[in-house]
Design a protein around this ligand. Sequence first.
Ligand SMILES: Cc1cc2nc3c(=O)[nH]c(=O)nc-3n(C[C@H](O)[C@H](O)[C@H](O)COP(=O)(O)OP(=O)(O)OC[C@H]3O[C@@H](n4cnc5c(N)ncnc54)[C@H](O)[C@@H]3O)c2cc1C
Length: 539
Amino acid sequence: MTSRKAIIIGSGIGGLALGIRMQSLGFDTTILEKLDGPGGRAYVRRVDGFTFDMGPTVITVPNFIEELFALERGQPRLDQPDFPDAMLREPRVTAGISGGPHTSRYAQIIPILPFYRIYFDDGTFFDYDGDPAHTRAQIQAIEPGDLEGYERFHADAKAIFERGFLELGYRYFGNLPSLLAVVPDLLRLDAVRTLFSFTGRYFKSDKLRQVFSFEPLLIGGNPLAVPAIYAMIHFVEKTWGIHFAMGGTGALVRGFVRKFEELGGTMRYNSEARRILISDPRGGTPSRYGRKVARGVELANGERLRADVVISNGDYATTYMNLIEPQYRLFNTDARVRRMKQSMSLLVIYFGFRADGLSLDLRHHNIILGPRYEELLRDIFDRKILAGDFSQYLHLPTLTDPSLAPPGHHAAYTLVPVPNKAGDGARIDWQKEGPRLMDTVLRFLDERGYIPGLCERIVHKSFISPDYFEGTLNSFVGNAFGPEPRLTQTASFRPHNRSEDIERLYLVGAGTQPGGGTPSVMMSAKMTARLIAQDFGLS
Ligand SMILES: Cc1cc2nc3c(=O)[nH]c(=O)nc-3n(C[C@H](O)[C@H](O)[C@H](O)COP(=O)(O)OP(=O)(O)OC[C@H]3O[C@@H](n4cnc5c(N)ncnc54)[C@H](O)[C@@H]3O)c2cc1C
């Protein structure tokens, strides 16, 4: 019997993870990628001897990676527990090699400590490493009165983690009743209040409220708007640590591609999908109300590829609005898609600099907070204006892996949250503002002493802006993380992994359930694989 054919549009981490899972389910899978290499947001920029991971750098839940590398053709293991007891019993990783035996055949993953160094605008900092004793000592130094609040925060965030992540993380919310069933628990845990106001129940210090609420920004969430269920990120990190793939996240992506190909999958680069082919199951002319079936994909060069199942790993909004003609979409209409609030965008600056005689106080992951927190977030998410001040996440991977830069140099990137191009955000001219903001941020790092003499030492600088997310990654209004994670766009309110409009069409990745971030898109792949297995009678 010939195998069923699957096409996945997009080779982001979610697309690759699902590719591996589809091969394990017995499909013959082709991944179509618009760019000339894999990874999507995790694409790698190589220039002047520097290797820059363009996107994700903070790797969490290495067990999810191990699960993928352990899969084999015909052994999808979808019925195994998502969080085996052993995974929860593991002691917190402090050093050495993380990941498991299967991972180590494809990539070398190591824990990073501290997880983050968080700098406040007055130059003081907080090292977060998940160690409660160390955390308490630092709280004591900032605001001794908040120690008792931290104990309560810890207990409550743990309860949210256990209910929200361990029990519901892999649950697919296909309809409202499935969500309503868990609402009483979430209300009891106060997990639907916004995260920033949630932290206000525990911490008097502004600095500590920032420390315990900034993390959703790493997946496009506004701490003033995400539900407190995202307090679980704190616990996910504390439980399984933060890790780095030696050679960069790109090395992990290459490992996923290798695994996918070893299982028989096919990668096709420079292959942009232009249209998802849809037909009426009865073979007639598609009618507005008939049930429609995805049959394949048409590429930008006109080539048509047939498949039994089509999955889009591309942006949710552009998948529906650009790849599927409106007459096939009763649910995901243009109006509905446009109503969703998209996550913020980013200016990401990649830079390489001479390291001779330089002593740096920075860590591998640094959050450098600006003078304003709440108002800056409102500028970015609500008012959509480019403020004069900024906060940033500075990644300095050469502290861990010097091979990413030529000898005697560092490779770094710094990421500045900026408005997306919806509403007034469309007025920002990134051709003009991009270079200006890049130079301002680099000068700031130099003048504030984070990297003394940086402007003199720089040998490479380049940036991406909302224009890149929109034009190169096909992301609606230049969003960097898909639809914004907020209560009204979470669980069953988030775009569904099984299309409501078209049979045999699925979506996977940051725009769908459960959401953005590398562990979530790997979860999204597992949830989608389960739906496909169910629909094809394979489970
Ligand atoms: C700068 C940055 C830093 C981040 N840092 C972190 C971090 O440290 N930790 C973390 O966990 N998460 C981080 N994230 C979020 C994380 O990177 C994403 O949530 C995740 O990688 C998204 O994966 P995805 O599967 O949704 O696919 P994407 O990475 O969005 O990939 C989608 C792919 O589809 C392709 N595509 C789109 N349309 C078409 C088409 N028509 N035809 C063919 N191909 C198409 C695109 O080219 C792209 O390759 C970061 C994101 C960014 C932007």
